[in-house]
Design a protein around this ligand. Structure first.
Ligand code: CUA
Length: 324
């Protein structure tokens, strides 16, 4: 049977907040439409040409009315601003316990990888009731990762990382769209999000082709590409050619120029692709660029590895022997 529905399912914690705000805006707009148009219709009929309405005392204006229709809408707008800002603040701050999923957009597909190593294309499997944080980038043009049922949409931009998070509240399958025109097959850049019971999800994670966890893959690349040759100094007595990366993530880094930047995902990415651009204070410009030698997926894996070196939590036993 054909069902007409104005709204997609509300399947995340954000969905309800976004819809409430939307209905709030709609209601207030309806109120003002009424306040403006009801008197307009009334007066246009009452004072139409030829009517016998009394026109002897035209209004001289009223200070009280002027103040009322200035002050009340001002506070209503400020209230809307505060409401919208609160929802936005919530949407922009992923909870610390969120699952990490990496997303790379390209013409015309979504490539995703869970931190446990499992990869997917155009599909995202997630457990019910668990926050999920996506770290996203594009390897060609701008895309936009849109899950209507979760009310989340975020541009995915080449050369930088954007994030999006959500907490699914309902089991089921939901649409995943690219919401930014990205070329001839943009309309085919679609997929689905599957919300599963947490134990089902755990089972799913370990079935089929399971790769190495992202951090392990990142560590392997770190060695293969030769990063460890300069950034790790196991002997402890060589001249240090490059900064140690343990504990660096999220910390301020003084640069040669005297500037101080934060070692976030973007900084690490730029340091790998354009090492000459921002040289850490006290070091020489020695590092070669890895531009063209490393894929977006590999970059994300190395960044996850470097992040893992900064986790305050004890490293899993036997995870690696090179960190101090
Ligand atoms: Cu990718 Cu539209």
């Amino acid at each position: 049977m054909w069902r007409f529905r104005l709204f997609p399912d509300q399947a995340s914690t954000t969905a309800r907040q976004v819809d409430l705000l939307y209905f709030g805006l709609l209601l207030i707009s309806a109120f003002y439409v009424l306040v403006v148009f009801a008197p307009l219709f009334y007066f246009s009929i009452k004072y139409r040409r030829g009517s016998k309405a009394n026109r002897v005392n035209p209004s001289r204006g009223s200070f009280a009315i002027e103040m009322t229709w200035t002050i009340i809408p001002t506070f209503m707008s400020l209230g809307l601003f505060a409401w919208g800002a609160t929802v936005y603040y919530h949407m922009e701050r992923p909870p610390a316990d969120a699952l990490q999923v990496q997303v790379v957009g390209k013409q015309w597909m979504w490539k995703l990888q869970h931190s446990e190593g499992k990869r997917e294309i155009n599909e995202l499997h997630i457990p019910l009731g668990q926050s999920v944080r996506l770290t996203m980038t594009s390897q060609d043009v701008i895309h936009s990762f849109f899950i209507p049922a979760f009310r989340v949409k975020q541009d995915v931009v080449p050369g930088r990382y954007t994030t999006e998070w959500f907490k699914p509240t309902r089991l089921g399958e939901y649409h995943l769209f690219c919401a930014e025109f990205c070329g001839t097959k943009h309309s085919g850049m679609i997929g689905r999000v599957v919300v599963m019971e947490p134990n089902e999800y755990q089972k799913w994670l370990s079935t089929g082709d399971v790769g190495d966890p992202v951090v392990v893959a990142g560590q392997r690349l770190f060695t293969q590409l030769g990063c460890s040759g300069c950034h790790e100094n196991p002997g402890g007595n060589n001249a240090i050619r490059a900064p140690h990366l343990e504990g660096i993530f999220g910390k301020p880094v003084p640069l040669q120029t005297g500037e101080i930047v934060t070692a976030d995902e973007r900084y690490i990415r730029d340091s790998i692709l354009m090492p000459q651009a921002q040289i850490a204070a006290g070091y020489e410009n020695l590092m070669p660029t890895f531009k063209g030698r490393i894929s977006e997926e590999e970059l994300l894996q190395i960044i996850e590895y470097i992040k893992s070196l900064s986790n305050a939590l004890p490293a899993p036993a036997g995870a690696n022997g090179t960190t101090r």
